[in-house]
Design a protein around this ligand. Structure first.
Ligand code: APR
Ligand code: PHB
Length: 393
């Protein structure tokens, strides 16, 4: 089988790339290891930068987001006895939106079905070949057990941290940075109206806690735990007790409800370069992972794909390789900015080290609340760098 673009991975990056290429009149084939149901059921982060929202709307994917998403002016930073609001609209001129990645993925999958373009779910033994040539290909076993080879002009590796695409970049030219943090997040979904109008990031001697949400009736909460935490040791009561302790504030109460999902999420930073080798381009988690404290993972994947869709369109439709040649450098500028910000938010808010470290963290938090320039720096990074929509022209 031949196609113009073979996309390995049908998570947000692969699905959005397929959608943007389709809008440019470029046909693609998605090759995904899991079932469509599994992909659609993943529970991931929930914050969209306004740049991401603008791009989704421009790409015709904003209807449900506009109906069900919640626009937030900012976040709260908390430490024992104090909670302070950071207003991103006043500080950085941009808001953020609460709309679960699960919902973004469902909207993208619906768009893919409407486009009636090929997608192979439940694919196994997926391999990228000849990335360095003008005739790269992807081989795999399809869900019927038949061996398939897709010959393409471009291969997009959108297969996440564990995917095979990055292995198609020769080890000799690959450079990888990785930082594993000495803690993890225990995340829950609960049927309870949020106890706060916007997200609360709380530093506490017992560990970090985050109050997020998915809707006006579903709360999303996270607790810092050990990296090897056994979730079986966390009863619902123990989770709610720890959340109430870490968010405690005079005159404020944490409402509780039925917990419908529990999971422990590892915390790591990871970057691999180059993000391009010949006709292979990496985008999203295939090239980088950020700890979720900065709410950057999905937004960074969207920014990669906005760049990559334009680079591929210029290359295939206009024989103009400038954007493709600049893809790696341009993408990495944002990748390292988001990697730094996510590391900074993570190391500032999570308990690790000794009492000296704790005093440094508290001093940093007070500085942000007391200094408009420090608050603006956080706001500009959290609300995100604008995504040039010219990539969609
Ligand atoms: N063959 C085919 N598909 C694969 C393979 C493989 N060998 N390995 C992984 N995949 C698929 C996964 O099943 C997944 O559906 O690639 C997809 C990668 O999707 P994500 O991991 O969601 O990464 P990405 O699309 O870049 O989106 C980044 O997702 O995980 C979150 O925090 C992350 O918010 C960020 C966003
Ligand atoms: C979420 O709602 O899942 C969420 C929000 C903000 C973060 C991380 C996760 O920083």
């Amino acid at each position: 089988m031949r196609c113009r673009v073979a996309i390995v991975g049908a998570g947000p990056a692969g699905l959005l790339l397929a959608h943007l290429l389709d809008a440019a009149g470029i046909e693609s084939v998605l090759i995904e290891r899991q079932s469509a149901e599994h992909v659609a059921s993943r529970i991931r982060a929930g914050i969209l930068e306004s740049g991401t929202v603008d791009l989704l709307r421009r790409a015709g994917l904003g209807d449900r987001l506009d109906e069900e998403g919640m626009e937030h002016r900012g976040i709260y930073l908390q430490w024992p006895g104090e909670r302070h609001h950071l207003d991103f609209v006043n500080l950085a001129g941009r808001s953020v939106w609460v709309y679960g990645q699960t919902e973004v993925t469902k909207d993208l999958m619906a768009a893919r079905r409407r486009a009636e373009q090929a997608a192979y779910y439940n694919a196994s033994d997926v391999e990228v070949h000849d990335a360095d040539t003008e005739r790269p290909s992807v081989t795999f076993i399809d869900e019927a057990g038949d061996a398939q080879r897709i010959k393409a002009e471009i291969v997009a590796g959108c297969d996440g941290y564990h995917g095979p695409s990055k292995q198609a970049v020769p080890q000799a030219v690959r450079h990888t940075w990785e930082r594993n943090y000495p803690f993890a997040w225990l995340g829950i979904l609960a049927d309870v109206a949020p106890s706060s109008n916007e997200l609360i990031y709380a530093w506490h001697p017992d560990g970090f806690a985050l109050h997020s949400m998915r809707s006006h009736s579903v709360g999303r909460f996270y607790l810092q735990v050990a990296p090897d935490e056994d979730i079986a040791e966390w009863s619902d009561d123990r989770i709610w007790h720890n959340l109430a302790t870490r968010f405690a504030l005079d005159g404020w109460k944490l409402d509780t409800g039925t917990i419908t999902e529990k999971s422990v999420l590892p915390m790591r930073s990871f970057v691999t370069t180059p993000m391009r080798r010949g006709r292979l381009f990496l985008a999203g988690d295939a090239a980088h992972i950020v700890p979720p404290t900065g709410a950057k993972g999905l937004n960074l994947a969207v920014a990669d794909v906005a760049l990559l869709s334009r680079a591929i369109a210029d290359l295939l439709l206009r024989k103009d390789s400038r954007a493709a040649d600049a893809y790696c450098e341009t993408a990495l500028n944002r990748v390292w900015r988001c990697t730094h910000f996510s590391w900074w938010m993570t190391t500032m808010l999570h308990r690790h080290g000794d009492d000296f470290d704790a005093e440094l963290q508290l001093s940093q938090l007070r500085r942000i609340v007391d200094s408009p320039s420090a608050a603006t720096e956080l706001a500009q990074n959290y609300a995100g760098l604008p995504i040039p929509l010219s990539t969609l022209d």
